[in-house]
Design a protein around this ligand. Structure first.
Ligand SMILES: [Zn+2]
Length: 90
């Protein structure tokens, strides 16, 4: 499995297309770089899709308290202990 996340489908004019796609998965904690894998899988399935995640989630594990954070609005601060989160890597 190259990517993980959530995809919501909707039926439009008799065809399925992607309504929402994200890499939100606390099990796999993928970085947004997995997006091309998602796009390729959807293309293989013949499903229309957005060009990018409708919800792009960035995960960072805090090096201070080891809790997993979801970075919101580019704010790389641990919500658990207020330590700075790593700017790169998952
Ligand atoms: Zn922390």
């Amino acid at each position: 499995m190259a990517a993980a996340g959530e995809v919501a489908f909707r039926r439009v004019a008799g065809r399925w297309e992607v309504a929402e796609v994200s890499n939100q998965s606390t099990g796999y904690c993928p970085d947004p770089e997995c997006r091309p894998s998602v796009a390729a899988a959807l293309d293989r399935a013949g499903v229309a899709r957005p060009d990018r995640f409708t919800h792009e989630i960035v995960f960072r594990r805090c090096t201070g308290c080891d809790e997993l954070n979801i970075v919101r609005e580019g704010d790389f601060v641990c919500v658990f202990c207020d330590a700075d989160l790593p700017a790169a890597g998952a």
